[in-house]
Design a protein around this ligand. Structure first.
Ligand SMILES: [Zn+2]
Length: 102
């Protein structure tokens, strides 16, 4: 039985006609966070030293922020976190169990 599927972190992600670069970054200056998105520079930074599964979870988390940014801006950053965080583990689990992640 395979213990775990290796995760392939994409180098770019396209969304809304824009291409975002996915960058594995050594030192994220964002406290306890595992990633950050720079909308202006179209860059998604992921913690380089994190496990690839954690990097993928973080990428999906950042993509949820990105998807939200294209909708009505009624939630604060903090409110977005409160919604995204509980979802991410289950969403990641569904994607993984159904081999939707490469
Ligand atoms: Zn977040």
């Amino acid at each position: 039985m395979k213990l775990s599927t290796p995760m392939i972190i994409p180098k770019i992600v396209k969304f809304g006609g824009l291409t975002y670069k996915v960058i594995l970054t050594e030192n994220l200056d964002v406290g306890e966070n595992w990633g950050r998105t720079d909308m202006g520079k179209q860059q998604i930074h992921l913690n380089k030293s994190a496990h690839p599964e954690k990097q993928m979870q973080t990428l999906i988390h950042e993509l949820m922020h990105l998807a939200y940014s294209a909708t009505a801006h009624i939630l604060t950053e903090e409110q977005q976190e409160q919604i995204i965080k509980p979802w991410i583990i289950n969403l990641f689990s569904i994607l993984k169990q159904n081999n939707l992640l490469k």
